[in-house]
Write a protein that binds this ligand. Structure first.
Ligand code: SAM
Length: 240
């Protein structure tokens, strides 16, 4: 059975360069061939998270034009590409080289630089979150925390906050009773399309990690479908 995680970065990286890359590329893609019902459901839920993230960001700053945004753990560019379309200056990175090259390919295919909306091609880089150093106005990290056990999550959240000048948007799978059961069932019946080892996070734990470094939650949202669950939060420095 495919079991990844355990807080092991090398295992996660290897997974997202191989089986995980194939699986998620399909889920985040557009083709309906060779995609099962569960994967389609996840695709829809994830697309909603991307959409809500953009709404959340625009709600805070109006136009995203010229705003620097770090998309940490960018995957195949599902968020980076629409952000660039909105005129944002995007720095996208992922631990998986396969993900980064797919994101780059998709961006080059769907974005035209310049134009009336002033599109800038995102800057893509292979890097794990921990290796990121550059500061950006906004830092976004969608559906990555699921690969971090709570013991490592605090440090990851603190690091992302340190890179953000104005705000941090993170999504994570909430630790709720129902979801804990679903995860349990997934562990009991491992199959070929079994989800990657998933860590659920209690909202209060994520909030505590933010508070510890002087940040507070300013907006909250949630997306749930049958098989996809994601809490979306925006945080800002307490002093702001
Ligand atoms: N954020 C993207 C999105 O929402 O479309 C991708 C989400 S995908 C479920 C998780 C991504 O996190 C994968 O592309 C994986 O390679 C990346 N990832 C996992 N651990 C990481 C780490 N420590 N640093 C950077 N990226 C990581």
């Amino acid at each position: 059975a495919e079991e990844i995680g355990g807080g092991d970065t090398e295992v996660v990286k290897d997974y997202f360069n191989n089986t995980g890359f194939q699986r998620w590329k399909k889920i985040y893609g557009q083709s309906t061939e060779d995609v099962n019902k569960v994967q389609l459901d996840i695709r829809i839920g994830h697309a909603k998270t991307v959409e809500n993230t953009i709404l959340m960001l625009k709600d805070g700053s109006g136009s995203l034009s010229g705003i620097t945004i770090c998309d940490a753990g960018c995957g195949t560019g599902s968020l980076s590409i629409p952000l660039a379309k909105e005129g944002a200056i995007v720095s996208a990175s992922d631990i998986s080289a396969a993900m980064v090259s797919e994101a780059k390919r998709k961006a080059e295919e769907s974005l035209v630089e310049g134009g009336t909306s002033g599109v800038t091609m995102p800057k893509f880089e292979v890097s794990d979150l921990e290796g990121l150093k550059a500061k950006n106005h906004t830092v976004v990290c969608l559906d990555v925390l699921i690969h971090y056990p709570q013991s490592k999550a605090d440090g990851m959240i603190a690091h992302l906050a340190s890179l953000a000048e104005e705000r941090l948007v993170i999504s994570f799978a909430p630790k709720t009773f129902y979801l804990s059961i679903l995860k349990r069932i997934g562990e009991l019946f491992p199959g070929p399309s079994k989800a990657t080892r998933a860590y659920l996070h209690a909202e209060k734990d994520v909030e505590a990690a933010l508070n510890k470094v002087g940040w507070k939650i300013s907006k909250r949202g949630i997306v749930t479908t049958k098989f996809y669950f994601s809490k979306l939060i925006e945080a800002v420095p307490v002093s702001s």
